[in-house]
Ligand binder design. Structure first.
Ligand code: HEM
Length: 487
């Protein structure tokens, strides 16, 4: 009698691609659908301290069906093809999280005004062009978005961004937004990303070389300039890693779209959020007033938007296997989410977690305050992370410091420019793996709000029969149904 295959054999068996839509590439079925079906993602705990332990690792920490978007062989090949700090365990990042500090050196707040804000202003002026009034705005957002993206990374925009480079960005967004690999739209865009990726990498590499050789005007207005200067193309930020970060950032920056969409929803005159609108008006009367605190009124307003919108739903970690499933040694792909909305609204941390209250950050603890003395006061024998200051190598008087919980923040000319380092403030993640683009993101949103205020822009839902659907961030597709008017 023919015996059925045992469990181990079943696990090894390649999926029968005949059972998938015939339009799906068989390599895609093996490399993507199979990984997706093998993956379980668990909901984890809300942290009591603003950190995530090393047991929840960042090594290759994205849902594995995404790897084919980043690597030719459908799985990580970091030596040859490069890697992102996002995907690396703490212990491999160099001393004191060096790779993260190098990345961060391009994002410190002193750079925003002289280097990046002109690019953002240009983007916002075009976004709110008079001709766009009363029309679906996210469409125009994405028309301008890749120019801003490449301008910030490489100082290239307009006609210098080739059609293929724009296309791969759009396809990347489509995969992230629609997410489920069983969808035809995901399959088609995924394969498009794979087809265009090498071209994109060569293009990035050529522009990086222009920056290195001093052939590019104003190259200090690009992120790549700081990565090259401070990483020196050494082991913790190799040439292939700079290239990799430039396109892996499609993921990070994609969250701006979702954030902008949600802010517009809240600021709408009709159907918006009254508390948010009232605070907005109050804040914009004196946006730069600090009230003798670490954050200005506008900072606090934006932080509260992030806490309540939570565009990033959770920090993703990989779990180490201790025992495999009985008889097979196989556990599937396990990931764990440290949830952000739940952490940010945890009543253990705030007395009014469900209110929109930017003034909560007047009292909130900062990364500068989370030091040795505070760890002691909390009953800890030593800081979970040794505090270390890392001077940048690009000629600025900037040190990248870290709190006792590992969160990296800058000291500019000896003065701290801290972040809120509370377990109840989760939108940018926690500890050593906290978002490296937080300052840039907050500055971008602040400029967006200043523009809205200065130009008397108000948002409203458009009555459209069938608004276009747009992918605006991981697992997020929204109807393009918000427009603006002025005055
Ligand atoms: C709305 C915008 C953004 C949000 C909500 C956001 C949120 C986050 C969160 C929650 C994490 C932690 C992930 C984890 O621990 O698993 C993170 C990490 C990171 N983010 Fe962002 N991010 C945003 C934009 C950006 C931008 C624009 C950049 C780059 C300029 C960036 C660069 C990074 C990097 C490099 C990390 C990895 C840090 C590490 O592992 O050490 N992010 N981000």
């Amino acid at each position: 009698m023919i015996e059925p295959p045992n469990i181990a054999e079943q696990q090894q068996r390649a999926p029968d691609t005949r059972m998938m839509p015939p339009s799906f590439d068989p390599d895609y079925v093996h490399g993507v659908i199979r990984e997706f079906l093998k993956t379980a993602i668990y909901q984890g705990e809300t942290p009591l301290l603003p950190m995530i332990d090393f047991a929840l690792s960042k090594e290759a920490a994205i849902p594995p069906h995404i790897f084919g978007m980043l690597y030719d062989s459908w799985k990580p090949d970091t030596d040859k093809e490069g890697l992102s700090v996002f995907l690396q365990a703490y212990g491999d990042r160099g001393e004191h999280n060096e790779r993260k500090r190098i990345y961060f050196s391009a994002q410190t707040p002193d750079l925003y005004l002289p280097m990046y804000s002109g690019k953002v202003q240009h983007f916002l002026d075009r976004l709110f062009d008079k001709a766009h009034r009363e029309k679906p705005l996210m469409h125009f957002y994405f028309e301008e978005y890749f120019d801003l993206y490449w301008d910030l990374h490489l100082g290239v925009k307009g006609r210098d961004v080739p059609a293929d480079v724009r296309q791969i960005g759009k396809s990347f967004m489509a995969v992230l937004g629609y997410w489920y690999p069983t969808l035809q739209i995901v399959h088609d865009n995924y394969m498009q990303v794979r087809q265009l990726r090498q071209k994109l990498k060569d293009w990035i590499d050529r522009h990086m070389q222009d920056i290195i050789d001093g052939r590019m005007k104003n190259s200090e207005k690009t992120m790549v300039h700081y990565w090259v200067k401070n990483g020196e193309l050494g082991p913790n930020f190799r040439r292939q890693d700079v290239v990799f970060e430039c396109f892996h950032n499609f993921l990070a920056f994609s969250q701006w779209g979702n954030t902008i969409y949600n802010i517009m929803l809240r600021l709408q005159q009709t159907g918006g959020d009254k508390a948010v609108r009232t605070w907005f008006e109050k804040t914009m009367k004196q946006p730069d007033e600090t009230d003798q605190n670490a954050f200005t009124r506008l900072d606090r307003f934006v932080m509260e938007l992030f806490r309540t919108i939570s565009p990033n739903a959770g920090s993703y970690s990989v779990l180490n296997v201790r025992e495999g499933a009985f008889g097979t040694g196989y556990t599937g792909n396990s990931g764990m989410i440290t949830p952000h909305p739940e952490s940010s609204r945890n009543p253990i941390h705030w007395k009014n977690p469900n209110e929109f209250d930017p003034d909560r950050y007047i009292q909130a603890v900062t990364s500068e305050q989370n030091d040795h003395a505070r760890s002691k006061a909390m009953g800890l024998e030593k800081c979970p992370f040794e505090q270390h200051k890392w001077p940048v190598k690009d000629g600025r008087k900037v040190e990248i410091a870290n709190s006792s919980f590992g969160a990296v923040y800058p000291r500019l000319d000896g003065k701290a420019s801290p972040i809120c380092d509370e377990a109840g403030y989760a939108p940018f993640g926690f500890g050593y793996r906290r978002c490296a683009g937080e300052f840039l993101t907050v500055s971008f949103i602040k400029d967006f709000l200043r523009k809205v205020w200065a130009d008397k822009i108000s948002f409203k839902k458009l009555s459209l029969e069938e608004p276009a659907l747009l992918p605006v961030g991981p697992l997020t597709v929204v109807p393009d149904n918000i427009g603006f008017h002025q005055g």
